[in-house]
Design a protein around this ligand. Structure first.
Ligand SMILES: Cc1cc2nc3c(=O)[nH]c(=O)nc-3n(C[C@H](O)[C@H](O)[C@H](O)COP(=O)(O)OP(=O)(O)OC[C@H]3O[C@@H](n4cnc5c(N)ncnc54)[C@H](O)[C@@H]3O)c2cc1C
Length: 494
């Protein structure tokens, strides 16, 4: 008889895979269900004609030594340290980012730069500061209206697709990292002791692309006895008194059913809620608390030239560029291109699933991107080798003004099932980088481990009941074998 606690994990991104690996190490039975035919979710690396691309530049940084140690242990010598170089393109000029003050103000005429200083002082000296509700409140109070307008507003609105006064201040606090203009000035001269993630000067990167992280976790998970069903998606989610019955649909149209003790969901919250039986009311909860995710389109370009720019990544706030950010994989690791005479670029276009841009043809998106790269002097027509477009839904949980209450109400509804756990950036609707996802799981594992032990205790006293509900996760060897294909790195995102 198998007395192990049975976990089903929805989603094989970093959150799902990390959870799976750590649970397997603690002797649990774990199955992961993944809708794509590869693992990694947002953190995958795709390969096109020998060029490797992350879907948006992914650097690894954590101020928690345990998380860094965990990654070093996972990747060993494959983990390299990269010096950061990132800039923002403003008024036809590239400026270092994070901003260096006074350098960044130097691109503006003297009068404008002076006005920026004055508007900052005005915001610092304001008597009635009020509450930081929106992104706009947060930035204006710390940097002044003029700096906000010049450096923060347009890029943020491009990323999120909503005005900055409708975006929660939570995001500013998490992402800007630099407390105010004065600190920016100070740290332009004196480096940080413990820099926020946004201000780091070096970062970790897997030599063959960020996707090595999920791929390696998946390898260890499988060799530890875990199973991944790729090309399989959640269909129905039925909570019972002491277990969950989860039905999934494979790419081949088959239905599989799992009875498990715990479910860890890392898939988009609305997708989970829609899988509940109608009578439980989850759809009403969702209707009254709609959550939005921002989508991303990556235009991948390869070129017959040594380098586009010296940057790891570059921000493009201006309206003339359809993309908001680019990254050049070769500047992260030389292994990302097949040889030193060629290079590549990933241009990120932020959009919503219902916006016109999402529905534009690949050709249209590519032409717009190439045209702009040509205008800024990065790409001549004859240098272009090839191009591809990849669309990524659910890339960013949108922190609009009401998001906290909405997430809280949904969580409250789901908390009635204490063995249902929401994890990860997508599953917990929490804007986190991968280090945050890993860190959070390591904090939660204490809770999970307790439950594993708890059930083993139960086994001794209630073995009869448990025998009847023990299932074998290897019930469908055909699918288990097909999961090996997920390591094919030439994955195309759905
Ligand atoms: C453009 C961009 C840049 C980023 N840059 C960085 C960076 O520099 N550094 C960093 O550390 N992090 C970065 N991140 C964040 C990082 O990618 C995420 O924190 C991390 O990958 C989230 O992992 P996750 O497992 O929580 O979510 P996901 O990767 O979204 O995983 C969820 C998984 O669930 C699957 N799924 C969805 N629906 C279903 C269904 N119905 N049934 C079964 N499976 C389903 C999905 O296919 C996916 O594989 C960036 C993200 C983006 C979008």
């Amino acid at each position: 008889m198998n007395n192990r606690t049975r976990y089903l994990i929805l989603g094989a991104g970093i959150a799902g895979l990390t959870s799976g690996l750590e649970l397997i190490k603690r002797d649990a039975d774990v199955v992961i269900i993944e809708k794509n035919n590869y693992v990694g979710g947002l953190a995958q690396t795709v390969i096109r004609e020998g060029f490797r691309f992350d879907l948006g530049g992914h650097r690894f940084h954590s101020n928690n030594p345990e998380v860094v140690g965990w990654l070093k242990n996972l990747l060993g010598e494959e983990l390299i340290t990269v010096n950061r170089s990132s800039r923002i393109y403003i008024g036809g000029k590239f400026v270092d980012y994070p901003l260096q003050i006074p350098g960044a103000l130097g691109i503006f005429p003297m009068v404008e730069a002076f006005q920026m200083g004055v508007s900052y002082l005005r915001s610092v000296l304001a008597v009635n500061k009020g509450e930081d509700r929106s992104f706009e409140d947060w930035v204006v109070r710390r940097f002044g209206t003029k700096v906000y307008d010049a450096f923060f507003r347009t890029y943020t609105e491009k990323v999120w697709g909503i005005p900055c006064n409708e975006l929660s201040a939570d995001w500013a606090a998490m992402r800007i990292g630099i407390p105010n203009l004065w600190e920016t000035f100070k740290h332009s001269i004196l480096p940080y002791k413990d820099p926020p993630a946004t201000a780091i000067s070096k970062f970790y990167y897997p030599i063959n692309g960020f996707g090595s992280i999920p791929n390696r976790i998946a390898e260890e998970f499988i060799s530890g006895g875990g199973k991944i069903f790729t090309n399989t998606r959640l269909d129905r989610f039925v909570p019972r008194a002491d277990e969950f019955v989860v039905s999934v649909k494979t790419g081949a149209g088959e239905n599989l059913e799992f009875s498990v003790d715990h479910v860890i969901s890392t898939i988009p919250l609305p997708v989970l809620l829609e899988a509940f039986p109608l009578e439980l009311g989850s759809r009403n909860i969702l209707k009254n608390n709609p959550l939005d995710y921002r989508s991303l389109i990556c235009v991948l370009i390869t070129a017959r030239k040594a380098q586009f720019s010296p940057d790891n990544w570059t921000y493009f706030p201006e309206k003339e560029s359809i993309f908001g950010r680019t990254h050049e994989p070769k500047n992260w690791s030389l292994q990302m291109t097949p040889d030193s005479k060629v290079t590549s670029l990933c241009a990120e276009i932020f959009t919503g699933p219902n916006e016109p841009t999402w529905f534009k043809s690949d050709d249209w998106l590519t032409q717009k991107t190439i045209q702009r790269l040509n205008e800024i002097g990065w790409l001549e027509k004859e240098e272009l080798i090839n191009n591809w477009v990849i669309r990524i839904p659910h890339a960013y949980p949108i922190y609009d003004l009401g998001y906290r209450d909405k997430v809280e109400r949904i969580r409250h509804f789901l908390q009635q099932w204490k063995n249902l756990h929401l994890l990860g950036r997508t599953g917990a609707f929490k804007y986190m980088n991968s280090d945050g996802v890993i860190d959070l799981f390591h904090k939660s594992i204490v809770k999970f481990t307790f439950k594993v032990v708890n059930r083993c205790d139960q086994v001794e006293t209630q073995s009869k009941t448990l025998t009847s509900i023990t299932i074998s996760f290897t019930q469908n060897p055909k699918h288990f074998q097909s999961s090996n294909h997920m390591f094919c790195q030439d994955a195309s995102a759905g």
